[in-house]
Design a protein around this ligand. Structure first.
Ligand SMILES: *Cc1c(COP(=O)(O)O)cnc(C)c1O
Ligand code: SF4
Length: 381
């Protein structure tokens, strides 16, 4: 039986001629780009595009900019995922968690994708490959967390997804299973009662959903997220900071607030990776920091995600924070600045109480040595 979501995939825009007919983009301009980097726009996403060149358009409509050379974005695999892959489809970079590529298929093909090198090409994990992956995880008892990714793990049929989940759940030391997916926000018809019933058999299951703009949160998407949350799946969000899409504190604040309202807890905002064909989406790091400053204190702490740089070369995710909140720290006190720019003193417990001071505090003491404190009044006085 063909399900509605499969019909929606069939009805998606995936070639230059249809794109020209529906959105007026000259086929001759983007045909070559699409051959290299596949195109897919679901009917749902098409509906959410409001104007030519808006935030949704930029994410899904191919552009000639993707063919431009850029020295910084010359790599197809800037995170060196291939190097950290002990068996096909698996990336083992961190001590206790692994990333599994389930399929190369996605509901849409985001023009800025970090995995532009393979998304959209045919390919879903085979039974033999799955067995290799399960054997590897079974043999590595330090692995307690797996992220199903791709491509998008919700692009496979329930039966295959369940086979994977069942195999994973048979491994006693694997504590949590996460799914990283853009499906709920772009192909909400995929979130069916059957899927939710199936997923809840394999708890603890978490999901991190990809959202980049408040316009993505439609009534259909809200309903899909509600169904997943009702199935007991804690929902988090991941957002990529993108030039001309969401590089604006007001837009990001609205996105984070809207996510919370549909029961999705903001988790990560990423600085865009150095991927070939995506240079035009990159923003300066200061912009990300400014966005975090505009969120912290100004809205619910629940709405403030971690801003991360996925270190080029495979260094992993590094969280970065605005550097201006801890003004001073020594043996006796710390001085902090709040979101309104007011200063506050936090007295330290006496140094003798501490067995060993964490290295960070030591560095900070060095960093702030000699800083004059008296030039601005404190707000606890
Ligand atoms: C992002 C990522 C993870 C998960 O990282 P968390 O910070 O735990 O969410 C795991 N493995 C790889 C290779 C990743 O890129
Ligand atoms: S859904 Fe995710 S993996 Fe797929 S194209 Fe978009 S960013 Fe890439």
């Amino acid at each position: 039986m063909i399900e509605q979501w499969q019909k929606d995939i069939k009805d998606s825009i995936d070639d230059a001629e249809t794109l020209e007919k529906v959105l007026g983009v000259p086929a001759s301009e983007v045909r070559e780009i699409i051959e290299k980097y596949p195109l897919r726009i679901t009917p749902h996403v098409l509906k959410t595009i409001q104007t030519k060149g808006d935030a949704l358009w930029k994410q899904v409509v191919p552009s000639v900019d993707e063919g431009q050379e850029d020295a910084a974005c010359a790599s197809e695999d800037p995170l060196h995922e291939a190097e950290d892959s002990p068996v096909p489809n698996l990336v083992h970079r961190y001590p206790d968690r692994v990333l599994l590529f389930v399929t190369n298929q996605c509901p849409i093909y985001c023009r800025f994708c970090t995995r532009k090198r393979f998304v959209g090409s045919p390919g879903t994990i085979t039974p033999t490959e799955l067995k290799q992956v399960l054997d590897y995880i079974s043999a590595h008892t330090e692995i307690r967390d797996i992220i199903l990714s791709g491509g998008d793990p919700l692009m496979v049929v329930d039966m295959l997804l369940e086979r994977i989940l069942k195999g994973l759940r048979a491994i006693p030391h694997l504590e949590i299973i996460r799914l990283g997916t853009r499906v709920p926000g772009t192909l909400p018809s995929r979130i069916t009662e059957n899927l939710c019933q199936m997923l809840k058999q394999y708890h603890p299951v978490y999901m991190n959903l990809h959202f980049n703009h408040p316009n993505e949160i439609t009534p259909e998407v809200a309903k899909a997220c509600g169904m997943l949350a009702d199935a007991g799946i804690p929902l988090g969000s991941q957002t990529v900071l993108l030039e001309g899409v969401n590089d604006d504190p007001a837009v990001m604040k609205q996105l984070m607030q809207k996510l919370l309202a549909i029961r999705v807890k903001p988790y990560y905002i990423y600085q865009a990776d150095l991927v070939q064909g995506t240079h035009h989406f990159r923003t300066r790091v200061e912009k990300g920091l400014k966005i975090i400053s505009a969120l912290r204190g100004h809205t619910s702490g629940m709405a403030v995600p971690h801003l991360v740089i996925d270190a080029p070369g495979g260094g992993g995710k590094v969280a970065i924070l605005p550097q201006d909140t801890l003004l001073y720290v020594d043996d006796d006190q710390a001085v902090v600045k709040n979101y309104e720019g007011k200063r506050f003193r936090y007295p330290q417990p006496t140094a003798a109480q501490e067995t060993e001071s964490p290295s960070g505090a030591q560095e900070n003491t060095e960093l702030f040595k000699g800083l004059a404190l008296s030039f601005v009044p404190f707000h606890d006085e």
